[in-house]
Design a binder for this molecule. Structure first.
Ligand SMILES: Nc1ccn([C@@H]2O[C@H](COP(=O)(O)OP(=O)(O)OP(=O)(O)O)[C@@H](O)[C@H]2O)c(=O)n1
Ligand SMILES: C[C@](O)(CO)[C@H](O)COP(=O)(O)O
Length: 233
């Protein structure tokens, strides 16, 4: 049996509309380093990740190459490719750039605080289940609103998870699911698990993530990020 090959696809091609900053949020600085640096260094240090594909905006490819990959000496980044209009378009560009591997770790560049223990849990799970996502049980009560702006009903919190990334899949499984979904332009999918749920042939295992694994989305997330980054190099 050949050696297992694992690739991380780090997504960095979003516009960051909700952050509303001059610089795209994935390049804003936390403790002096770009947000996406923290995701990349986590995969760089991870012993079972062999390569990284960075997906960014077409205009940011050279910036990423010189100001992030070369500057921080990130040896595992083998390709930098341009993303697409929606997150799932960017994911598909990343998957195509891989060519072939065993497992792919799809991760938001805007989630800087993954850790090695979380990656190990995802690795152990995907080897058994072929498809898994990290996440955490929700802490708040979640209500469905009616059309009139009043609460319609309350969901059973014991069954609710906040889903994070990385979302990890057997490469052939997720590639086929993405290839199929591309035939439905305009479809609404917000994570990779949804693509596999709708187009694939595997159940998605939920794996313990971390409450620190936040997505930098709105300005107040940056204040929290400065605190979480205190123990990061
Ligand atoms: N077309 C897109 C959209 C999103 N992403 C990436 O997917 C991750 C999660 O997306 P989100 O946080 O929603 O980022 P944006 O789409 O940039 O934010 P917004 O929805 O506020 O515009 C981010 O790392 C983002 O860069 C991407 O690579 N390509
Ligand atoms: C993939 C994701 O980060 C899981 O929580 C999330 O769904 C991305 O959604 P967004 O609308 O692109 O923020």
């Amino acid at each position: 049996m050949g050696q297992e090959k694992n690739v991380a696809v780090v997504l960095c091609a979003g516009r960051g509309t909700r952050m509303n900053s001059e610089v795209q949020k994935q390049y804003l600085l936390i403790k002096g380093k770009p947000v996406v640096y923290y995701s990349l260094i986590a995969f760089e240090k991870c012993p079972f990740i062999d390569e990284i594909v960075l997906v960014t905006g077409k205009e940011e490819i050279e910036y990423c190459r010189h100001e992030i990959i070369e500057k921080y000496n990130l040896k595992k980044v083998k390709s930098i490719v341009a993303g697409g209009k929606e997150r799932y378009h960017s994911v598909f560009e990343g998957l195509k750039a891989i060519g072939c591997c065993d497992y792919v770790y799809i991760h938001d560049g805007a989630r800087p605080f993954i850790d090695q223990e979380l990656l190990q849990r995802a690795c152990d799970s995907v080897r058994i289940h072929k498809a898994c996502v990290v996440g955490m049980p929700v802490k708040d009560t979640i209500k469905i609103s009616g059309q009139d702006g009043f609460a319609d009903h309350t969901l059973d919190r014991s069954k609710l998870w906040m889903v994070q990334t990385p979302q990890v899949f057997q490469y052939s499984l997720v590639y086929q699911a993405y290839d199929k979904i591309m035939k439905y332009p305009g479809i609404q999918v917000t994570d990779d698990a949804m693509v596999v749920e709708q187009m694939g042939q595997a159940k998605i295992k939920l794996v313990e993530g971390s409450y620190k694994n936040i997505k930098i989305t709105t300005p107040e997330d940056l204040e929290i990020a400065e605190i979480f980054a205190k123990d990061r190099a």
